[in-house]
Design a protein around this ligand. Sequence first.
Ligand code: MG
Length: 255
Amino acid sequence: MIILKTTQELELMREAGRISAGALEAIAPFVKPGVSTWELDKICYDYIKSQGAEPNFLNLYDFPATACISVNDEVIHGIPSKSRILKEGDIVTVDTGAKINGYNGDNAYTYYVGEVAPEVQRLCETTKEALMKGIEAAVPGNRVGDIGHAVQEYCEARGFGVVREYEGHGIGNKVHEEPGVPNFGKAGRGPRLLPGMTICIEPMINMGTANIKQKPGDDWTVYTADGKPAAHYEHMIAITENGPVILTPRPLLDS
Ligand code: MG
């Protein structure tokens, strides 16, 4: 069942989104060679708590941290670690969220660690633009498939692999609600988009093959099958009569 939110609920979602986005902006100055992914996670945790909110990824399905932090060929669900030290030329995705007043926020961003190779920058820029293409398709009357179609077409036309096994989602009182929002699909298919829906759109795009694998001995971390890098950007949006509204604005990161 897709839960439509009232105007009042959308204001609460906006607050959860503001804090979730603020966490990603708070860590940006610290994303440098030499920092551990554990330190970035700690900054996320402290920021979310400082806003009177709760880190909603922590213990969700038993996930052990505030943020999923995934480096280079890790696509999603990387576990922060004191021994994982970022180095010049890496890319690192931080996916995190906050819950406040019973409502959840969720968003993700792939950062550059120092100077990043041009082809990796192109992957990241394409993924970021694909997210915006997906958001533009999230207008009332369209369908969920229009979002995935927009993302897939944009990325595949540029030679990148679109991960199929993981997808965006509805969000509200729970982090994951219906509908699922795939990053691929057919235009005009799937559930109708209606005002009051709140969804997360989150393209996970690989430089090479779309195929992924699970790290042996780790129930979480998802890697690219070919070892090439992956990028992942996510916004939480509301669908309104006037079109999509981003609930996780990141003026410092997305400018
Ligand atoms: Mg999400």
